[in-house]
Design a binder for this molecule. Sequence first.
Ligand code: FAD
Length: 414
Amino acid sequence: MRRFSAFAIAREALRHHEGWGRTWAKRPPKARYDVIIVGAGGHGLATAYYLGRNFGITNVAILEKGWLGGGNTGRNTTIIRSNYLQDPSAAIYEKSRDLYETLSQDLNYNIMFSPRGVIMLAQTHHEVRGYKRTAHANSLQGVSTEWIEPDRVKELCPIMNIDGPRYPVLGGLWQARGGTARHDAVAWGLARACTDMGMDIIQKCEVTGIDRDGGRVTGVQTTQGPIACDKLGVVVAGHSGVLAQMAGFRLPLESVALQALVSEPIKPCMDVVVMANTVHGYMSQSDKGEMVIGGGTDGFNNYTQRGSFQHIEETLRALTETFPMISRLKMLRQWGGIVDVTGDRSPILSKTPVDGMFINCGWGTGGFKAIPGSGWGMAELIARGHSPLTEAFGLDRFREGRFIDESVAAGVAH
Ligand SMILES: Cc1cc2nc3c(=O)[nH]c(=O)nc-3n(C[C@H](O)[C@H](O)[C@H](O)COP(=O)(O)OP(=O)(O)OC[C@H]3O[C@@H](n4cnc5c(N)ncnc54)[C@H](O)[C@@H]3O)c2cc1C
């Protein structure tokens, strides 16, 4: 595959950019693969990428029922942070944040990682105690975060009203190396790297059944015919329960729509990401100038990848006190994605009751930030049968009561 460089861009500029070639190959599926990954979202693609890069396993197909990155990966608000409370979470999210720092160079594709800093606002005394506790936990885990006072919050984000009246800003948890990245570019860059290693990315190929012989997976039924495999990785976010049902087991998950919206583009006014979990909203400014705004999940289980009017009202009402300027903005677009939420608000990266079948799901409202770390751990789990990164996130934790409670860090936050 042709590498991107200043020289290559200059050369292509002289020939009307006609020499670049396809970013990922379009091929029909083969009859058999060593590994099939279901779901060409960020987590599925990252799993395939690290299978090839770290373990040399390249006879891999990534099957996608729609289009690559068209699930939550292309619908999220791109917040990247690793300020979680529990040790296993800090390990995988920090690994991920760290991998994001150099992902553009690793993939030779600009994913526009922007470590602009993330503030999680404390607007109740309960949150002050909670975030101070997280800051202490993070320092023991080697994750760089700090508790900041209201004046510093105002200095970092001058458009904010920190004085209330309902919810004055009492401080915040600040992660200076948190930030954002371009979601599509993450999917496209990973897909390009997978193609480069000889893997097949097959779009419009829905998995409709899982073939087993005894207790072992042997392949999948798809809308493009049956495909055999030695190992199967299921990485389909909100549709994980559907795939598990095909394999004959249940997952402790609920699927709900999570929505977001963007405003008209305006001049740069905010160069950090701010999350306000008490009032339930968060905001950052995209490179195009749009204010990217997110809220909470729907209060009922559903599979609708759509926005709804009451969410615009709820989310903007929640944020207007803290960001008065948004009351004068026009909103441009709104959308939804189906997120898969576990009871302890932590993901599942696990073997399953079916031999050779692995599952990666439960990232809920906050899995974009985890894409490279999750792919790294999942690839190791598939290749070797175990990984220190995924060990605590097995399905058996729900049976054994070993929950990884991240309801403060991940229950509403992203
Ligand atoms: C509005 C919104 C805002 C968010 N904001 C943030 C944020 O700021 N920060 C953050 O870290 N996270 C955020 N998230 C969460 C994040 O987007 C997800 O956790 C993450 O993208 C999940 O990636 P994935 O690859 O697991 O899933 P997806 O990107 O959803 O990919 C799964 C893929 O599987 C495919 N699939 C499903 N069924 C089948 C089948 N039967 N056969 C073949 N393919 C199938 C789907 O079409 C889909 O493309 C947000 C999510 C939403 C919806």
